[in-house]
Design a protein around this ligand. Structure first.
Ligand SMILES: [Zn+2]
Length: 313
């Protein structure tokens, strides 16, 4: 059996009812049988649909409990349509586009959905890059008004890690970092790259501790200017990212929302060769049921933002 719809017609055929949507989520979330989200017991009593009761701890739950779809007041069918629409936009979707296509009354709802789904684009516990990986940093964002000529005010520093694949660009990871000190670079690299990997960098002193962290380290460029003169793969990814932020989002990305956009860019970039858009739909669905619920309140401010320093040394 195919795991995902291939066309919009199939999407509507498959997911014509709320029960069909729930069945699909259940198949993704509990392929081996219903499991209590609270205590992980598999001794479950079916209650009045869509509910289950855990015989171990007494918890009543449905398939959307503790997922991105928890506490939604909108039909799952509408969510499925949103996910289909977003994964079928080649470069990315805007909140306005989501609002129009789904006929949502409120722009705010469309914006919230889009940001929740962006967060789901990062797979929890995703695997890290390995093999040969180029690592560099770049500045994102335009200088704030009045700060022109005073360095990089209003800009955010992003660590770019690019895995090579047959001497070409493979998968990427993007991480916002507070500054280019070893204390900021090292945890970001450890989160993105497997130990034992050959990491290529420039000669910046912030990378000098990589060997001690269990990486092989090659300095392939002696310069140490920050944000410019990037390594070739990192340079390519940085320019695509900047063009995407400017083109799809008109550069209107608040620094405290940047993480969501980095997640979406990474999700799309790492699947840029996926032939079937349906496969992207499937992946995003999988990740949506694996995700803890996100409160609207948590979205508004984004993840905590630390001020960036503008100089390497
Ligand atoms: Zn339980």
């Amino acid at each position: 059996m195919a795991d995902y719809p291939r066309t919009a017609v199939e999407l509507r055929d498959w997911f014509a009812t709320e029960a069909a949507c729930r069945e699909y989520l259940q198949h993704l979330r509990w392929p081996d049988g219903v499991r209590c989200p609270d205590c992980a017991s598999m001794k479950i009593w079916p209650m009045k649909p869509p509910f289950y009761r855990c015989s171990q701890c007494g918890y009543d739950f449905s398939v959307t409990a503790n997922t991105l779809f928890a506490d939604t007041h909108k039909p799952l069918r509408l969510w499925f349509e949103a996910i289909w629409y977003i994964t079928n936009q080649k470069v990315g979707a805007s909140a306005l586009g989501v609002q129009r296509v789904l006929g949502l009354g409120s722009y705010r709802t469309a914006w919230n959905w889009l940001h929740k789904l962006r967060r789901a684009m990062v797979r929890p516990g995703r695997d890290r890059l390995a093999g040969v990986v180029q690592v560099d940093e770049t500045f994102i964002g335009r200088p704030q008004r009045g700060k022109r000529g005073r360095g990089a005010g209003g800009k955010t520093l992003v660590l770019i890690a690019v895995q090579g694949q047959n001497r070409k660009i493979g998968r990427i990871r993007l991480t916002r970092i507070a500054d280019a000190s070893a204390a900021s670079l090292e945890p970001a690299i450890q989160g993105a790259v497997e130990p034992g990997t050959c990491i290529q960098t420039d000669g910046w002193v912030g990378y000098s501790g990589l060997k001690a962290l269990g990486y092989r380290h090659q300095v392939i460029r002696p310069v140490t200017e920050l944000g410019e003169n990037l390594l070739p793969w990192a340079n390519r990814v940085a320019s695509l990212l900047k063009r995407w932020l400017l083109g799809t989002h008109q550069g209107a990305v608040r620094p405290d929302h940047l993480d969501y956009y980095l997640d979406e860019f990474t999700f799309r970039f790492n699947r840029r060769t996926s032939r079937s858009r349906g496969l992207l739909f499937y992946r995003l669905m999988q990740q949506a049921v694996a995700l803890e619920p996100i409160l609207g309140k948590a979205l508004v401010g984004g993840r905590p933002l630390k001020r960036t320093t503008t100089n390497k040394g």
